[in-house]
Design a protein. Structure first.
Length: 254
């Protein structure tokens, strides 16, 4: 995975204008997509497509850029670097000088759906479910509804994925009953639905009081470490804190 620094360039004396049109493979516009223009130093600036699928960059320093289009959450298409690449290193450099225009077409991806419950089988609403590809930096998200149902769209075909669930009051965890990503099973999107409901592992609440020489310490940041995860909370006016959703295991608080 390539680390990219998102910045904003100041207006300069000689600058270029770039328009990137984001389309489906059928030529339809993809609105609300984020487009990144990344220079060879891995500095980037971003713009979003309008209703016509066009993202406009003004006052762009003349240079060569790799361009990436990321469809909005819930869109069925996959992200692409220009002209049609998954990874940064495979993308073509586009020379931007004066006024330039580029089109990026996004193919349709696969999807995976499932249902999230608690240990008793009751649905859990508002869980962020994130799919991360095992062989690339591709990542997409979805959210569970009142029935616990979620669908993640725009997954790269022919790849395997790990699914992560995150919600306040529960430990961060992965499909397969794992609290560590490295232990989580890989799934293929050839089967668009999980084979069974996903019961989230419960955590515990760790509480206490933070005091100092003058008594209770207000608004202190408290971190609780357990099972490779850190849960962060703050003290109230009486110095009390309660960290919810801490994974079960040996704990350290500071």
């Amino acid at each position: 995975m390539v680390g990219i620094l998102l910045i904003g360039w100041s207006r300069i004396g000689f600058a270029a204008t770039l328009t990137v049109s984001v389309q489906t493979t059928n030529g339809d516009a993809v609105p609300h997509a984020e487009v990144l223009a990344i220079n060879p130093e891995l500095e980037a600036t971003s713009a979003f497509t309008n209703s016509r699928g066009d993202a406009h960059f003004e006052y762009l320093p003349p240079a060569s850029y790799r361009l990436r289009a990321i469809p909005p959450t819930g869109d069925a298409h996959v992200a692409r670097y220009h002209p049609n690449e998954i990874e940064y290193c495979d993308a073509e450099l586009v020379a931007v000088d004066s006024t330039s225009a580029v089109t990026i077409q996004l193919p349709e991806g696969e999807s995976v759906s499932g249902r999230i419950t608690d240990a008793e089988g009751a649905p859990i609403n508002g869980v962020r479910v994130r799919a991360s590809a095992a062989a690339s930096s591709a990542m997409r998200e979805g959210w569970s509804d009142a029935d616990g149902a979620f669908t993640i769209r725009g997954l790269e075909p022919h790849q395997e994925w790990r699914l992560q669930a995150a919600k306040t009051g529960f430990p961060v965890q992965w499909w397969g009953g794992s609290l560590r990503q490295s232990d989580a099973p890989l799934i293929a999107v050839t089967e668009p639905a999980l084979s069974e409901p996903w019961p989230l592992l419960s955590g515990v609440t760790v509480s206490g009081i933070v005091t100092g020489p003058s008594g209770a310490v207000q608004n202190a940041t408290v971190r609780v470490y357990s099972n490779s995860q850190v849960t962060i909370t703050n003290t109230d006016d009486a110095g009390r804190y309660a960290a919810q959703g801490v994974p079960i295991g040996s704990m350290t608080a500071w």
